[in-house]
Design a protein around this ligand. Structure first.
Ligand SMILES: [Zn+2]
Length: 424
């Protein structure tokens, strides 16, 4: 519904921007489409398509695939096929984990430009050092893109295991790294940049869930599209995320869904978060590693490999490994029962090492009464499932979100106008 006082020019401008978004998102799904396909898939009039495509070509965002044999892509007579220009804009993600920083960069048309992982530990170092490191990596990336004649890098996402405020700039704290104050980390990074690049922060569990949720939606029949999905993972700490009615739910300060800090023992030991008896103090991955006397392996092999080794010891009959993992299972299962009772989700997705304990953690959960949409009523549609992205979910989810954001603002970015990021 529109307000009758809204100026007419503004309305037509909004519709035009919306139609440009629509065309760009269609073009991002296939390389090489005809104008008639675009008219059919968007419902826009052919004359409107012509006007808008002319504008997108002028902005350098769309080009043609003159040398491609159209009969392999579309039936009918040969047409001039359109595609997203390959070297316009790039998007990049930087992911902080306990033992490395991963950088992934690709063009908005989907080509991989860079994917690398550098071992670096930030626990115990200052947040300013981290900001400076990320800024250096961004500057380096901008240099690489310039040599490849890209138009620019409008936005970089930084994904980390910490609660991120809804403005995607401020973190409440990152207690696993010893950063205990609320900081506008995006501003710290941008301060060290000589290029105009927007920096946005993302919570790792939110991004992992977004990747899984997108995958679930793409593979689910239209009649049973999931709307409410929970994600629980254990790697750095025990984190989580929720999609409620198709959108990430963050709570007021980005603190929603922190299952690791649910209190399981009111008389328990102090947690780094300031409370006592949190789930992570008894079943956090670092606690399991310490109990199993595997701190040395954790340092040398990294967290994922160490947890995999602990699971292997249990499989091979190691009694102590079985006791340690079994004790954590009991506490995590209790937490799962509580949050399933609270949210009645369509699905619960498990990530980190928990993805390899779906059967054990499902054992003893209430039967499918807690999955009212019918999920879990047959063996192939269980309510609790492992993540589809065991190793790179957070980066994948963030890049999906950044691509959508850049495509829906591409015309503004190309015209060098102000644009506001709208993120997951
Ligand atoms: Zn805590």
């Amino acid at each position: 519904m529109t307000d009758s006082s809204t100026p007419r020019r503004l309305l037509s401008e909004d519709v035009r921007e919306h139609n440009l978004d629509l065309l760009l998102s269609q073009l991002s799904t296939r390389a090489g489409v005809s104008r008639s396909y675009l008219a059919q898939s968007t419902g826009l009039a052919p004359s409107t398509i012509t006007l808008l495509i002319d504008e997108l070509q002028e902005l350098g965002l769309v080009t043609t695939l003159d040398d491609v044999d159209s009969t392999t892509l579309e039936p009918g007579r040969r047409k001039q096929l359109l595609t997203l220009a390959s070297n316009t804009y790039a998007i990049a993600g930087m992911q902080l984990t306990g033992d490395c920083v991963r950088v992934s960069c690709r063009s908005i048309s989907g080509q991989d430009i860079l994917d690398e992982e550098r071992p670096v530990v930030f626990q115990g170092r200052s947040i300013e050092e981290f900001a400076h490191y990320i800024a250096e990596r961004i500057e380096n990336l901008v240099g690489i893109l310039a040599t490849r004649r890209f138009s620019g890098l409008p936005v970089v996402g930084v994904v980390m295991p910490a609660p991120v405020f809804n403005n995607h700039r401020t973190i409440l704290a990152a207690i696993d790294f010893g950063w205990t104050s609320t900081v506008d980390l995006a501003a710290l990074i941008e301060h060290d940049l000589s290029h105009d690049v927007k920096v946005l922060l993302f919570n790792d569990a939110n991004c992992s869930l977004w990747a899984d949720y997108t995958h679930l939606c793409m593979t689910s029949p239209r009649s049973s599209m999931p709307e409410n999905v929970l994600y629980i993972k254990s790697d750095v700490g025990i984190g989580g995320s929720a999609v409620i009615h198709g959108r990430i739910y963050n709570g007021s300060h980005g603190m929603a869904m922190e299952p690791g800090h649910m209190q399981v023992d009111p008389h328990g030991i102090a947690c780094k978060c300031g409370r006592v008896g949190c789930l992570v103090t008894l079943a956090g991955p670092d606690v399991l590693i310490r109990k199993a006397a595997m701190t040395k392996e954790d340092k040398e092999l990294g967290r994922d490999a160490t947890l995999a080794l602990l699971l292997r010891r249990e499989r091979e009959g190691d009694h102590e490994a079985a006791m340690i993992l079994g004790g954590a299972d009991d506490l995590i299962r209790t937490m799962l029962i509580d949050i399933i009772t609270m949210f009645t989700p369509d699905r619960v997705i498990l990530g980190g090492y928990l993805a390899r304990r779906v059967d054990r953690l499902s054992d003893g959960l209430p039967p499918f009464a807690f999955f009212p949409t019918g999920a879990g009523t047959s063996p192939d549609s269980a309510g609790i499932i492992p993540t589809h992205y065991p190793t790179n979910g957070a980066m994948t989810g963030m890049l999906i979100s950044l691509k959508t954001m850049v495509l829906s603002n591409a015309a503004h970015i190309a015209r060098k106008e102000r644009w506001t990021p709208s993120v997951i």
